[in-house]
Design a protein around this ligand. Structure first.
Ligand SMILES: Cc1cc2nc3c(=O)[nH]c(=O)nc-3n(C[C@H](O)[C@H](O)[C@H](O)COP(=O)(O)O)c2cc1C
Length: 174
């Protein structure tokens, strides 16, 4: 599919809608270059250090965690509504147990500006260079959130990705 670069701010409404409903698809490649994909519902974006940043939260129990820890970049991909079932699948099945790209006929393509792959079938993708990461710290966290979101520990790691590029499918209207 032909992809064209757009200003990342043009994709923010769609990004917020997708993240807040069936979820976006986070891709990270391991050291060998193999991609893994998982669904994310917690992410945010804005300006930090004078640069556009996308922040994603990954629990250490995820297979993706192993991959993103070996990576210097990731992509965030927006599936259109008719791919909502793919988001559900990628959010309930682990890459430890299945090749999700193969199972769902997803095509990983090397990023245009980063080494992480993007998903050709998604209508928008962000290419992000990891600029920083930190752990959610229980001792600094609101006790209610701690109780509600982390009954078993597994505190997220937050990855700060500098948005180097945002692309959309040529025939998709934002
Ligand atoms: C809608 C939705 C949103 C999700 N958001 C996140 C998230 O933001 N962070 C996270 O660590 N897991 C999230 N998950 C869970 C992972 O996607 C799920 O555990 C997945 O199977 C992990 O795949 P992996 O083991 O291949 O990395 C979400 C799941 C769904 C269905």
């Amino acid at each position: 599919m032909n992809k064209v670069q757009v200003d990342y701010t043009d994709a923010m409404k769609l990004t917020t809608e997708v993240i807040g409903s069936y979820g976006a698809l986070l891709v990270a490649n391991n050291r060998a270059g193999r991609p893994n994909v998982m669904t994310i519902g917690w992410a945010t974006y804005g300006i930090i250090w004078g640069k556009p940043m996308m922040l994603v939260l990954v629990r250490p129990s995820r297979h993706t965690y192993k991959f993103i820890e070996e990576a210097d970049s990731f992509t965030v991909n927006l599936p259109p509504p008719d791919m909502a079932d793919v988001a559900t699948y990628c959010g309930t099945v682990s890459g430890r147990d299945a090749d999700k790209f193969k199972e769902k006929n997803l095509t990983p393509v090397p990023g245009k500006q980063v080494s992480a792959s993007y998903i050709d079938e998604c209508v928008v993708h962000f290419e992000c260079r990891i600029a920083h990461k930190n752990h959610v710290l229980p001792q600094l966290l609101d006790p209610e959130i701690n109780k509600g979101c982390y009954p078993n520990g597994d505190y997220h790691v937050i990855y700060y990705g500098e948005i180097l590029g945002c692309y959309k499918s040529e025939d998709y209207e934002l």
